[in-house]
Design a protein around this ligand. Sequence first.
Ligand SMILES: Cc1ncc(COP(=O)(O)O)c(C=O)c1O
Length: 430
Amino acid sequence: MHTTKDLSNAEFDRNNVWHPYSRISAKDYNYYEVTDADGVFLQLNNNNWLIDGMSSWWCKVHGYNNSIINAAIHQQLKKFSHVMFGGLTHKPAIDLARTLVALTPKNLTTVFFADSGSVAIEVAIKMAIQYWHAKGKINKTKIVTVLGGYYGDTTGCMSVCDPEAGMHYKFSKILPKHIFVSRPKCQYHEECSDDDFAEMAKTLNENQDNIAAVLLEPIVQGAGGMYFYSPAYISRLRALCDKLNILLIHDEIATGFGRTGKLFACEHANITPDIMCVGKALTGGYMTLAATICTSEISSVISASGAFMHGPTFMANPLACATANCSLKLLIENNWQQQVSNIEKTLTAGLQPCSKLKAVKQVRVLGAIGVVQMHNKVDLSKLQHEFISRGVWLRPFNDLIYVMPPYIITKQELETLCDAIVKTIFANYS
Ligand SMILES: Cc1ncc(COP(=O)(O)O)c(C=O)c1O
């Protein structure tokens, strides 16, 4: 009988290690072992170097092995890597909170550090509910959201992800019941008509006494379909939330720090949410850290009635905060706006040939996000293998082949990525 000790690394990994959204011992999927990473490149254990078109799930904006970020981590490591945040504080966290308050829209002033994007969303939902509780409105506990959203995998997050098309439907019986409306029909370049906004308006008007907040990924729905919708929808929503005493929560975990061409996606609509969640690119993708940032109205109302009841062990981890401080400084110094605008131009030209194919439903680009949406679900394993043979790392899902490269990618590297996408799609779908 084999023991786990006899297994090669690849076999042990396949049989004994869970990967995201995976089956153990899956026969139809390969895991590729990374042995090194530098700039926009990942090295696999067969010595192939691949251009990373995913930014490691959208967070590695400065690429891998950045010497400036590496040095900042070492510097903090020499002092202390972690201390509890209960009763203690430290400069990396204070500096980072100052920067976040300065970078985010002006009404957002109070920062809660969380361990991951999912936790930041849990915290945002709790903040909204505790705010209304503190004001004596104990029935305002419902969250309204739009279908097609994805906010993370913890229980509170699952309760606001798309309950049918999303990945969490098997848990629906144990989840709190929130309120869903259709995803905005108006696309990014379109206006938002009364008709487009009617369902949201009706839902908010009819349930305002029970609604704590509306939660949205502004402008870009990520894992729920890489869908870009109209900034005018967000502006209308902001106005209606104000009128009806409903808070607005923005999940900027994927869109924040420049990905859509604005520092935060809410800037496309020129509005400020009451609560904003950021994560992913916050540390340049070096380690896990997220933050939930709220208005002083929310933090002062909650605090006047007692403590805000959340406090993870690794809250405001100093190493992660020092990394984020360095990464945000680099973002500005590297002129992210120019980087993202260059990427947008190259993606627009580079992916355009795909729109000629019948199998392709839509090609869309916004900021440093390029999407080729097919009419049908794609074969992930097969396409991934072909992408690797063309020297790039991509991970399509459902009917979507998309790219979200590191901001440091050169024009030539991005053209290689686009070329690999175009060639692979033509080889499989023409
Ligand atoms: C928009 C959005 N919100 C929340 C999350 C959850 O973040 P995390 O995976 O860090 O928990 C994600 C992750 O992909 C996301 O894209």
